[in-house]
Design a protein around this ligand. Structure first.
Ligand code: SF4
Length: 474
């Protein structure tokens, strides 16, 4: 899980930027629900998504909104009347990639080309300047308005833009087109009230807004009825959740309520902020079998001095105390994290503190990133920039150290048997792939067919740094 990116924030916003294509619905996708059948308007859309699970799930919701208004999903961009890019601006490279994609439509007049998400929020009208053939720009707090924006364009409007962040509303919809037939996402909190010095999220997604617990639980019930057994609760700071409804559930109570929904066998959550990570979360994992034994707790740096400069609101020792709660649990909970190297002013000693923290925690995976300045962040104007070559050297050193840690931790699992939820088939290798409750990927062989979505026992026969190999056991 040790990977290289050019800037990091917490994992929701920096999973690999592999474009996700929202085209024809998966055969096992959740059916679209609508009180009355949508009026077919003959128009089609195609969404390409860059970034984290939150963006992927936003695209599912955007697809739902459009389908409910009579649009249909196009099989590819060429066939679409409406081509949308749901973007991520957390990393410079991701934003560049979006503009490079837009460049492929230069001079296009037949389609509506639109930009959604963080880049839309960040760049606003600038997008029209850089790519005049784009006619729609819509930030993540305004997706509900999309059909109206498109209608405005169709009735003669030249350009439309919606970047409103002054909303208490969370973007929730009854109608979500789910592309992942195995794992369903539910957003429980949007935006962020922290102000980490390197991060654009407070600027692009606005202040924290939690979703009412009844609405979350109702969605979990619908997902269970549709056949989903694994749910992932999403938020930039998922454990800061505060129920705005009179029930006033806290994060742990909501987690347990979702885990109690009949048919739900696994509940995950991401991303946790260390400041809001309390011992009760560990107790809930211990007490609730359906809550998965995995915690992603981004540390970003092992140096208290750099954590202060990053405005992370905790010290190294406070972070390590939380790790000790997790290690003290009855269940063996896996721990993963995010690390930024080369933050302005990071000395050799600060970097050594980060490396020693990896050893102290023994992470099961780390997403590691080279810092790069982003617009509208306070770190962008900080003195003490680290030369690019030195940042790359530190990153390579850190990743190798973490690789060795993962080799040792995974090797200890050889011979063990684990339950996996099967989520992929590698036909060329004759293998299936699934995840354990601790979120480890296991590639395995089985004499059986049609295993997608099944829970199976797998014996681990080999281990690498990033995954396990095993065999299906009855
Ligand atoms: S806590 Fe908020 S500001 Fe800090 S990295 Fe996470 S999303 Fe960004």
């Amino acid at each position: 899980m040790s990977r290289t990116f050019d800037v990091g924030i917490e994992s929701l916003a920096h999973q690999p930027v592999e474009a996700q294509h929202h085209d024809a619905p998966s055969p096992a996708a959740e059916p679209i629900r609508s009180a009355s059948p949508p009026v077919v308007n003959g128009k089609s859309f195609y969404i390409e998504t860059f970034g984290c699970q939150m963006n992927v799930h936003d695209s599912e919701k955007v697809a739902g909104v459009l389908l409910a208004r009579g649009y249909r999903a196009a099989a590819n961009p060429a066939q679409a009347d409406l081509m949308l890019y749901n973007t991520c601006s957390i990393r410079e490279k991701a934003a560049q990639k979006v503009f490079s994609r837009l460049g492929e439509w230069r001079g296009e007049t037949q389609k509506i080309i639109g930009v959604l998400g963080c880049v839309a929020q960040q760049e606003g009208e600038e997008i029209f300047e850089r790519a005049p053939w784009v006619s729609l720009v819509c930030g993540s707090a305004s997706y509900r308005k999309l059909p109206d924006l498109v209608a405005e364009l169709e009735s003669g409007g030249r350009r439309v833009m919606a970047l409103d962040l002054d909303t208490d509303e969370t973007f929730e919809t009854e109608i979500t087109r789910r592309d992942n037939p195995i794992r369903a996402y539910i957003t429980i909190i949007e935006g962020c009230d922290y102000a980490c010095a390197y991060c654009v999220v407070p600027h692009t997604r606005g202040p924290e807004r939690s979703r009412a617990s009844d609405s979350v639980i109702a969605e979990a019930r619908r997902l269970a009825e549709a056949g989903y057994t694994e749910i992932q609760l999403l938020g930039q700071t998922v454990n800061s959740y505060r129920d705005p409804s009179p029930r006033s559930l806290n994060f742990v109570e909501l987690l347990q309520a979702v885990a109690a929904v009949p048919g739900i066998r696994r509940v995950r959550f991401t991303t946790s902020h260390p400041n809001d990570f309390h011992r009760e979360i560990v107790d809930a994992i211990d007490a609730t079998p359906a809550v998965c034994d995995h915690v992603h707790l981004p540390v970003q740096s092992g140096s208290t001095r750099i954590l202060r400069a990053m405005r992370r609101t905790y010290t190294r020792d406070e972070y390590l105390e939380k790790i000790s709660w997790i290690r003290g649990a009855k269940r063996a909970i896996s721990i993963t994290s995010d690390v930024i190297v080369g933050f302005p002013g990071e000395t050799d000693e600060d970097f050594a503190d980060t490396v020693s923290l990896l050893d102290a925690v023994g992470y099961d995976g780390v997403f590691s990133f080279i810092y790069s300045p982003r617009p509208n962040t306070s770190a962008a104007s900080m003195p003490g920039a680290i030369p690019e070559g030195e940042k790359s050297r530190r990153l390579a050193f850190l990743q190798e150290r973490q690789r060795q840690i993962q080799i040792a931790r995974n090797a200890a699992l050889v011979g063990g048997e684990f339950e996996v939820l099967v989520d992929a088939r590698h036909a060329a290798r004759g293998q299936w792939a699934g995840r354990t409750t601790s979120n480890r990927m296991v590639n395995f062989v089985s004499p059986r067919e049609n295993l997608l979505g099944e829970y199976l026992q797998v014996r681990v026969t080999r281990a690498g740094p990033n995954s396990l190999v095993g065999e299906h056991v009855d």
